[in-house]
Structures are given as structure tokens and as C-alpha cells.
Design a protein around this ligand. Structure first.
Ligand code: FES
Length: 116
């Protein structure tokens, strides 16, 4: 199915006040783990898969966020591979990208979008 035909289901992941500033939390959604990041310095939110594709560790929510130029990025705590928080692209020269999810904030709640 093309992206144009997909709909987005939004689920409430957490309260804004429960998010870690300049860091991530792991959100369980059905059988998946999603890493939710509150990039306070940039006033931006991002969500990605929690599993690092390098050695399949459920670890990205515990990684360190930062910027590569204008690109927001996450570094896996295990072997420091970095990924774009915006696109999921591997910034360490690897082939493996990570999945990203849209995030929105409404009425003090943080919502993550799942495309169906
Ligand atoms: S497991 Fe993430 S960089 Fe190796």
C-alpha cells in the first residue's frame, strides 16, 4: 500500500511532564518497543524503533541524543552507531536504517503515530 493511502492511528504514549529532557524513554506499543525522545534543547520530539539494528539490542531509548550540523541524531549506547532522528538514516556509514514515527503533543499528552 502506498503511503498516500495509509492512515495514522495516534496513541497516547505519556504525559509531557513524564518525558526525559534531552533523552529518551521506552514505550511499549502492542508487541513493539518505541523509543520516544524529547529533544528539549531544540524543542522537538522524535520517535523511533527501540531496537538498534547493529546487534539487535533494545537500547536506542538509552542512547545519547545530539546534533550533526542541523540533523538531530541518536547514538546507540553499545557501539555508538548513530542514526538520524528525523529520517532514521544510519549516519555511521552503515546500511541499516531505523524506523521513525510521527509525534504530536496535545493537551499535555504526547502521541505517537502508527501508519496503517
Ligand atoms: S548494538 Fe547498537 S551500535 Fe551495536
Amino acid at each position: 500500500m502506498s503511503d498516500l493511502k495509509k492512515t495514522t492511528d495516534w496513541f497516547a504514549a505519556c504525559k509531557v511532564e513524564d518525558a526525559v529532557h534531552n533523552g529518551g524513554v521506552c514505550i511499549k506499543y502492542e508487541n513493539s518497543q518505541i523509543a520516544l525522545f524529547y529533544f528539549t534543547r531544540r524543542n522537538e520530539w522524535y520517535a523511533t524503533q527501540n531496537e538498534c539494528p547493529h546487534r539487535r539490542q533494545m537500547a536506542l531509548s538509552r542512547g545519547m541524543i545530539g546534533s550533526a550540523g542541523e540533523e538531530p541524531k541518536i547514538a546507540c549506547p553499545f557501539h555508538k552507531k548513530t542514526f538520524s532522528l528525523a529520517t532514521g538514516e544510519c549516519l555511521s556509514g552503515g546500511e541499516c536504517a531505523i524506523k521513525t514515527y510521527p509525534v504530536k503533543v496535545e493537551n499535555g499528552l504526547v502521541y505517537i503515530g502508527i501508519k496503517n
